[in-house]
Design a protein. Structure first.
Length: 203
């Protein structure tokens, strides 16, 4: 049985720690488009992550909103990695707001750029379908509006934990990119340690 309150409380602690790894070092100079965009995406991930955890807390139980934010969180993760190691053309498109994220293509490209087997495996067709459905008011959201014939949210603790885990891992990975961009070596090591915690602790 998953104690979702305890899991969310732990994620809140990690969220605050990850934010402070960067915030405690301010002010710092940001040079060039890549650093500016990385910093912007990281700051956006701070907001998304806080919001998701807040909405999923048992005292609020606003899971429709929390689940809907999972896709933008993942998209920010993909984009921050693309800005860090992608082509100048990609960076220019992102800066001009002309970039459109094709999750499948970008995941494969990032695995190649970062020499990982993570993105394509993690954001497979089933996960992409769920992210889209929850964000765009699809059938997966509607199905969880009922308990039998009663209109009430019916998200399981395992489903909530899956979103919390994925989004906390995403924020930690984004923090690895942010701290690496700024040359904060000790902070980058700690962010990687948080990544490892959420990689080995699936639902």
């Amino acid at each position: 049985m998953i104690d979702i309150k305890a899991r969310i409380d732990d994620a809140v602690v990690h969220s605050n720690e990850l934010e402070q790894l960067v915030a405690k070092r301010q002010p710092f100079p940001l040079q060039g488009d890549r650093q500016m965009l990385i910093a912007g995406y990281w700051a956006l991930m701070v907001d998304y992550h806080r919001s998701i955890l807040h909405l999923l807390k048992p005292e609020h139980d606003l899971c429709g909103g929390g689940f809907a934010l999972a896709r933008p969180m993942v998209e920010a993760l993909l984009r921050i990695h693309m800005v860090a190691e992608g082509s100048e053309c990609d960076v220019k498109c992102i800066k001009a707001d002309r970039y459109r994220t094709d999750f499948e293509d970008v995941a494969e490209e990032l695995d190649e750029l970062f020499k990982l087997g993570f993105f394509a495996k993690t954001f497979n067709s089933e996960v992409r379908r769920a992210l889209n459905s929850y964000t765009h008011s699809g059938a997966m959201q509607i199905a969880r509006r009922f308990d039998g014939n009663t209109i009430t949210p019916s998200y399981t603790a395992a489903e909530k934990w899956d979103v919390v885990r994925m989004c906390t891992l995403a924020f930690a990975m984004g923090t690895v990119i942010m701290t690496g961009s700024l040359g904060f070596d000790a902070e980058r090591v700690r962010a990687n340690e948080v990544c490892a915690e959420y990689t080995k602790n699936p639902a």
